[in-house]
Structure formats: structure tokens, C-alpha cells
Design a protein around this ligand. Structure first.
Ligand code: IVH
Length: 682
């Protein structure tokens, strides 16, 4: 029994780690999440039954662990060095490094032919936190920060939670192998994490580097586990019983074969020209990389030459960092503006003293929303840190409070600033409960929203008005020729022909297209209105179910939620839209202008007891399988979702319910057991 359990445990571990590697290192998921979860639960179950078989390299040991009071010191047998940074960020930086290496090697007599080009390994300079991973006989036994280079901190518990770091190396039985590299946070993980934090009104991370460093220094590993971190290896520390290859590049290749993540943007070049080309090539693709880098690193490839070159203080003579323009800069806030988006979202934007950051001159940076602005306490006159990384919108990430002038502005208060009104159209603004953003309620009436709304209205999948592009909409709105979509139907050829880049012929074509669009369908019309949270599919469902616009406009939230796929959020958006008099006026004008569609009686609603309710199932129920529970729920009109959110009405939890149950509790979602579920199904 025990022998077979041990065998099964070993199989499961190998299988789970294989999928981990596929997913987190190679970015090629090889099985569905549910199947992975099943394997993982089976392993947890077996280990619970046989605690003596739990080992440090089991994937179950990645999570959990107790919070610490402090980190234990770790002495690095081989010190963790830093690298010298070339001060010149132009090509000269690379040329200077190569010249220095050659001078030093020829001085020591190591370069026989002074003209021979030196071979370099070129890598990215990852912007995160240096970590040393100690593997003994292939098993991860310790992870430590750099500290002062001699002594770091034991952060093993936190590092175990990083899924791409192997707990066991493939085909490696070296007595000791210390892998050194950088823990970092991908930009998409950073954005997702921050978005979720902001939605919950919690503090966002400043940048991915702080995110990575802060998470690794978390004393509570459960908190560290929530932060999405990644890792790339770039070298070795202490080794015992390991035959080192002759070059640095071969060392990284060997690590990669053992399952350690090594970044693919590495190459071996020859001479200064090769370094310059690498620096330029990476500069051109810096924005597209999924993570931040602050430069590239050049290393003399031959380990024998590295040994000859040696070190000065804590920096090897055989390596250097060659940087790129910084992605964060300081500048001063001149003003805080509030911009209105397509659906009326009000975004505070800092107007800045122009500053060169991340390769362009930036004079506007988003402050995201009111809570973020207040949390950072950004005021007019403040010196702020602006970040522009990748191709994203520049943002203000922090304030240098020590530089705040005596005459700095007031703490930010969006409602007060706007006196409760949209800065563009004067409609009242609202911030609904649980929402991070204030919104203008002006809808189609608000000029800022109108341009975007008109483009959406004319879109191919909406009213399909060919030829009404953004340049034209811009002109029509700015010159007050078009205020609502209804005005499109009153356009005259003479008015149009006077606009820029509009001849008589194209004016006539546009009028024909507008004329054609009058005959439409209810689904297209509803979609064209651009109601928040109402996409094409929802518009079709609504049209099918209500058959007539008046019926849809008159429906209350409960009635709306009887439509498949319409939940409380969509129902609320529809009510808010139709309830705003500006919107119903525009709809009436469109009908008066001849926009029409066929109507029908609509469907007789069968009202089921659980219509509109959203359930999430987790864990193993005593008698019902998950499929059975789902079928029973759906038969009563309920929807079964895969993850718990604010929208979830009930979570049904069985044996071994995991994070979904925790989340339900955290959000205050009612939790049922099978008996409770059966009660509701009666
Ligand atoms: S090599 C002996 N390679 O930059 C050289 N470092 O001061 C040891 N870094 O904190 C470092 N990317 O964590 C090396 N490809 C790379 C790197 C890299 C980022 C970090 C490293 C250290 C700093 C160097």
C-alpha cells in the first residue's frame, strides 16, 4: 500500500512539474486547468494520508508555510557581485568596454594577437531582484537575496511560490549547484495585479521591480504567493561536483536543459561591433518585451579569460551593463485635468512639465482614478515620478513628498473639483458603490463621449454607415454640425461638401450610406446605442427576447435578468441608460428621423425559480458530481460560473474546497453545502 502510494506520489510530482514547466517556462499549457487541479488534489490527498512521504521538492510545498518574524542570514560562499555600468548610453559605451577588456588582457599577456576580436555573451539586464538558488543533488534547498553580496537573507519560502522555478532540476546530481538570476514581474502580471487591487480599492504596486522586490521580502509567504513573479537565470554561484562548461553561454544552455528558465534573447557576438549591434537590436524591441529591462549585459564568454580578468572591488572586469534611457523620470505637475472616456469614465490626468522618459517626451500621465490619486496624494506643484514602459500610457507612480512646495494644491477631490458635473457637458456625475470610477451620466449628449459614440454608432456591426470615419466625426462634432446620431439623418450635401477632404461625390456616397442605414434591425440599433456592458451578443439576445424597443425600454432590472446572459451588471447598465432623459430623447429623434426595424411580440418569459442567479461550484459534494449539480441548477434557470466574484450569488462548497471558498468568504458571498443546494432546488 505504502510502496504504491510512494510510486503514485512520485509519478504525480513528475507530471505536475512537467505541466508547470510547460505552462510557466515554455508558455505552452499542455492540459486544461481542471485536469491540473485534479492531479494536484490527488497529490495533496495522498500526502495528507502519508505525511512521512512529503518532501521539499513536492509541488504542494510551493504554497503555504508560516509567516516569519525575520529572515535568517545566509552567507554566500561565492560572493554575489554587481556589475559596472557603462556611463555612456550611446554606442560608445559598448566600444569603451571592449577596449578596456582588450587592454587588460593584452597587458597581462593573455591576448596573443592584439587585434583578435573577443567573444562576448550578450544578455538582457532584467529589472528585478537578484536571487541565489541553491540546489543540492538537484533539489532546491535554499533561496537567498544578495544582501551586501557576502550575506543575504533566506527567502526560501517565498521563492518556492514562484512557479517557474523548478523545485528539482532535470538530470542534475551535482552535490551543490547555485543558480543565480533575477526575480521579476511581467508587465501583464503587474497590470492585472494592479487592476484587481484598484478595483478593490487597495494600494497598487509602484512598478514591477518594486513589486518583485517587495514580494520576496514579504514575511508572510501566503501574501508573497499572491504576487505573480517570474525568474530568469544569468549565472552560477557555488558549485560542487559539477563540471563547468568552458563558456558562459554553454553554462546557460546547460541550465536551460535542467529546466531552469533562461531568457531566449541571448546571443554570442564577436568584438565591439557585435556588442553595438546587440544593444541596438534590443533597444528596438524593448517596448515589445513582456517585462522591463533597464539595459543589456555583456560578458566575456570564455570562463578562462574571465578568470584572468578577475575583479576590482565587487565588480568583475569581464562584465558590464550598458543601459537604455530610463523608463521613470521626475517632473512637476502643472495641473490635474479630468478626461471623459467613451462610456463616460472620468480619469484624472496630470499635465506635466514635459519630460523625456522611456524614449519619448511625455506631458500627460494618467492618475487612474480618484482613490489612486488620493492614495499617492498627488497635488498641483508636486514633483512626481512618471513611468512610461512598453507601449503603454504614461502614469504617475509616486510623489517626492520632500519636494512639495509650500504653495502646492489641495488634496484631490474629484467631485468637489467638478462640482458634481461633467467637465464637458455638465451632466451630473456618479460613482456607484463598488466602482472605482466616477462617470458622466450625459451619454450621447456629452460631446466628449459623442465622438466615440458616433463612431461606434456608425460601425460596421452597428448601423454600418460606410465612410463615417474619425476625421469626419471630429469635424462634424467640433463644428457643431452633429450633436446626436439623429443629426446624421438631417445632413445636407451642401454642408458636407464644405468640409475638409470632402468632394461632392464622397458627400453623396456618405448620404447614401446614411440613408441605407435607416432600415435596420432592433439588435443592431440596440448595439449601436453604445450602452455600457451591452455588446453585440447581448444586444441580439435583448432584441430576440423583447421583440420591440418599447418593451425593452420599459423592462425593470428583474425582467431584464430573465434574458440569458444578462446579469445584474448589464441590467443595471440598461436601466441607467434608458432612465437618462437625454438618451430617450435621442432615441425618439432617431425614430422620428426614419430609423426603423421590424418588431415582434417578444418571447413569453418562462420565469424559473433561479433565473439570473449565479452559482459557483467548488470541492467535492457528498453525492452529486459537479456535472450533475450544474445540470440541476441550469434546469432551474441559474448560471454556473467558473470563478467567484462580486457578482456571484452563491458558492456551493464540498469537501476540499480551496481558494474559491476563501474568496467567497472574503467577499461575503453566501456558501451552501449540498443539503443547502438541494433545498434551493426544491
Ligand atoms: S550578472 C558577476 N546578468 O544587475 C555578475 N546581472 O549589478 C553578476 N542583473 O543586481 C551579475 N540582469 O541582479 C547579471 N543578465 C544579467 C543581469 C544581471 C540583471 C542584475 C543583477 C544585479 C545587477 C548587477
Amino acid at each position: 500500500m505504502k510502496a504504491s502510494a510512494a510510486a503514485r506520489i512520485a509519478d504525480l510530482r513528475a507530471e505536475i512539474e512537467k505541466h508547470n514547466h510547460q505552462y510557466y517556462v515554455l508558455d505552452q499549457p499542455s492540459i486544461p486547468d481542471a485536469e491540473y487541479d485534479r492531479l494536484f488534489r490527488e497529490l495533496q490527498q495522498l500526502e495528507a494520508e502519508h505525511p512521512e512521504l512529503v518532501s521539499a521538492d513536492s509541488p504542494t510545498q510551493r504554497v503555504g508555510g508560516k509567516a516569519l518574524d525575520s529572515f535568517a542570514p545566509v552567507r554566500h560562499v561565492v560572493p554575489m557581485l554587481s556589475i559596472r555600468t557603462e556611463t555612456d548610453i550611446s554606442d560608445e559605451g559598448a566600444i569603451a568596454f571592449d577596449a578596456r577588456v582588450r587592454r587588460e588582457l593584452s597587458g597581462s599577456g593573455s591576448l596573443e594577437n592584439g587585434d583578435a576580436a573577443i567573444e562576448y555573451a550578450c544578455e538582457l539586464k532584467f529589472d528585478g531582484l537578484a536571487i541565489s538558488l541553491r540546489y543540492e543533488r538537484g533539489v532546491l534547498t535554499q533561496a537567498a537575496t544578495r544582501g551586501d553580496g557576502e550575506t543575504g537573507e533566506d527567502v526560501t519560502q517565498n521563492v518556492r511560490t514562484i512557479h517557474c522555478i523548478p523545485l528539482r532540476l532535470k538530470n542534475c546530481d551535482a552535490a551543490v549547484l547555485e543558480v543565480r538570476g533575477e526575480v521579476y514581474m511581467r508587465r501583464d502580471d503587474f497590470d492585472r495585479y494592479n487592476e484587481a487591487q484598484r478595483e478593490q480599492g487597495l494600494a497598487a504596486l509602484v512598478n514591477p521591480r518594486n513589486g518583485a522586490a517587495g514580494s520576496i521580502r514579504q514575511l508572510d509567504p501566503a501574501l508573497a504567493a499572491k504576487r505573480p513573479l517570474s525568474f530568469f537565470a544569468y549565472g552560477l554561484g557555488e558549485t560542487q561536483g559539477w563540471v563547468a562548461p568552458a563558456t558562459h553561454s554553454a553554462t546557460l544552455d546547460a541550465l536551460e536543459k535542467m529546466g531552469v528558465p533562461v531568457n531566449g534573447e541571448r546571443t554570442v557576438v564577436s568584438g565591439a561591433q557585435g556588442l553595438v549591434e546587440f544593444h541596438r537590436r534590443i533597444a528596438a524591441k524593448r517596448d515589445e518585451l513582456p517585462f522591463d529591462i533597464d539595459g543589456v549585459v555583456y560578458k566575456v564568454n570564455s570562463l578562462a579569460l574571465q578568470a584572468q580578468l578577475g575583479f576590482v572591488t565587487r565588480e568583475p572586469r569581464w562584465a558590464c551593463a550598458h543601459k537604455y534611457p530610463a523608463e521613470e523620470q521626475m517632473t512637476v505637475v502643472r495641473e490635474i485635468d479630468i478626461q471623459v472616456g467613451r462610456t463616460g469614465k472620468l480619469t484624472p490626468v496630470a499635465k506635466l512639465e514635459p519630460v523625456f522618459v522611456g524614449g519619448t517626451t511625455v506631458s500627460n500621465a494618467t492618475l487612474h482614478n480618484e482613490d489612486e490619486t488620493r492614495r499617492k496624494d498627488v497635488r498641483v506643484g508636486d514633483t512626481v515620478i512618471v513611468r512610461r514602459a512598453g507601449d503603454v500610457i504614461p502614469e504617475v507612480v509616486g510623489v517626492a513628498l520632500d519636494r512639495r512646495p509650500a504653495n502646492a494644491g489641495e488634496p484631490f477631490d474629484l467631485y468637489k473639483r467638478l462640482d458634481g458635473k461633467c467637465p464637458v457637458c455638465g451632466s451630473h456625475i456618479v460613482r456607484e458603490e463598488g466602482e472605482a470610477n466616477w462617470r458622466c451620466t450625459g451619454g450621447l449628449y456629452c460631446p466628449a463621449q459623442r465622438k466615440q459614440a458616433l463612431l461606434h454608432f456608425a460601425g460596421r456591426r452597428a448601423m454600418d454607415i460606410e465612410g463615417l470615419g474619425d476625421k469626419l466625426v471630429e469635424q462634424l462634432v467640433d463644428s457643431d454640425i452633429v450633436t446626436t446620431p439623429a443629426d446624421l439623418y438631417a445632413l445636407k450635401i451642401a454642408t458636407l461638401a464644405e468640409l475638409d477632404r470632402m468632394g461632392e461625390k464622397s458627400a453623396q456616397n456618405l448620404l447614401d450610406a446614411i440613408g441605407h442605414s435607416q432600415q435596420t434591425t432592433l439588435a443592431r440599433f440596440v448595439y449601436a446605442l453604445g450602452i455600457r456592458n451591452v455588446g453585440e451578443a447581448t444586444a441580439k439576445d435583448l432584441a430576440r427576447h423583447f421583440g420591440a424597443l418599447d418593451a425593452l425600454m420599459a423592462a425593470d432590472e428583474e425582467r431584464l435578468q430573465q434574458v440569458p446572459d444578462v446579469g445584474p451588471v448589464v441590467a443595471q447598465s440598461l436601466r441607467a441608460f434608458f432612465g437618462e432623459p437625454h438618451n430617450s430623447d435621442v432615441i425618439q429623434q432617431l425614430r422620428d428621423a426614419g430609423v426603423n426595424w421590424e418588431e415582434h411580440e417578444g418571447m413569453k418569459m418562462e420565469v424559473l425559480p433561479l433565473s439570473g442567479k449565479i452559482f459557483v461550484l467548488t470541492g467535492t459534494l457528498p453525492t452529486l458530481s459537479r456535472e450533475e449539480a450544474k445540470t440541476l441548477l441550469e434546469a432551474q434557470g441559474a448560471k454556473v460560473a467558473g470563478s467567484v466574484s462580486k457578482k456571484t450569488d452563491y458558492v456551493v462548497a464540498g469537501e476540499e474546497a480551496g481558494s474559491k471558498l476563501d474568496k467567497a468568504r472574503a467577499l461575503g458571498v453566501p456558501v451552501l453545502d449540498e443539503e443547502g443546494l438541494r433545498g434551493m432546488l426544491k
